[in-house]
Unconditional design. Structure first.
Length: 313
């Protein structure tokens, strides 16, 4: 009886020591993470800038890089990669302009090799839905020997306010290639929240999360929502995709962007990405932001109205 009691006390003591040891290790891990910069490739991008700000607000050191930063990173210049990676352990990686591009797979392959050689232990990669080239790049990361996460996202809400569709909204007419397919647009703030959780919390490694908004809409519905919110008409006009690409060419748009837009509107927008996915809920335990809420917060930011007033003046 006494032996049993003693054994029981020993077991409970050991269990407590294990719990305390795990807690200490967790605290040390957090301290190490906060003292070691988190690499963010794409400092000025829609997601990269938000991830960087959120991490800094939480007390994490970051190394956000782009072609113009003091420690530069240029996807087109592999000689810049090592200095950007060295001294970091985890990274959020965005490929500009898109992983679907033909050269992306090879560059990601070369990047993960340099990353592995320079001590990078974990990579969170931004990817796109329904793009064969992007999925080939994802597979390179999965097979690299580095722990990984992939956040595979639908089209961004912020393309209407921070990207190539903004000028059309401001001008009162958004012209796009013909596409009536439904798309569950995702709010970039949701993407940033998911990425920060994956980078700073345990239990997510080596998993792919597919992120979408809560409802699928077509472009006409999105433009109508924006038009109602800003209180003036915005016309939505469609043209054949080849005519749109020709206009881009005449405006001096890069060949990569021309190829990407053609791919998106002639192949990817075939309905393959219309389904709503649960990635945001899986990580954040909340519903993703709907398009109406995005529009309301964007109106408050004056991104659309401020410029319209300047044009009117």
């Amino acid at each position: 009886m006494i032996v049993s009691l003693i054994n029981g006390l020993i077991i409970k003591t050991i269990e407590k020591l294990v719990v305390h040891s795990n807690l200490i290790l967790s605290l040390l891990e957090i301290k190490t993470m906060k003292n070691t910069p988190i690499l963010i490739i794409g400092k000025n991008g829609k997601t990269g800038s938000r991830v960087n700000q959120r991490l800094q607000d939480l007390g994490y050191r970051t190394r956000a890089v782009s072609r113009s930063t003091a420690i530069a990173f240029d996807w087109g210049n592999p000689e810049t990669w090592q200095s950007a990676i060295k001294g970091t352990r985890i990274a959020y990686v965005t490929y500009h302009p898109d992983l679907a591009l033909q050269q992306a797979e090879d560059r990601i392959k070369r990047f993960v090799k340099v990353a592995r050689e320079n001590g990078l232990e974990h990579i969170v990669l931004l990817s796109g839905r329904g793009e064969d080239g992007a999925q080939r790049a994802e597979n390179v990361l999965k097979e690299s020997g580095i722990s990984w996460n992939i956040v595979r996202c639908s089209w961004f809400n912020q393309n209407f306010s921070e990207s190539f569709m903004l000028q059309g909204i401001l001008a009162g007419e958004l012209v796009l290639p013909e596409a009536d397919t439904l798309e569950p647009f995702i709010d970039v703030d949701d993407i940033a929240d998911v990425v920060v959780a994956i980078l700073t919390e345990s239990g997510y490694k080596n998993r792919l999360y597919e992120l979408t908004g809560p409802h699928a809409l077509n472009f006409a519905q999105c433009v109508s929502e924006i038009s109602q919110a800003i209180g003036r008409p915005v016309k939505y006009t469609t043209v054949p995709v080849d005519d749109y690409i020709q206009a881009l060419r005449e405006q001096g748009e890069s060949e990569d962007m021309q190829w990407l837009i053609h791919l998106l509107f002639s192949v990817v927008f075939d309905g393959r990405n219309s389904n709503v996915m649960s990635g945001v809920e899986e990580v954040l335990n909340r519903a993703p932001t709907d398009f109406k809420t995005y529009v309301q917060k964007t109106v408050k930011s004056d991104v659309w109205n401020d410029v319209l007033h300047q044009v009117s003046a």
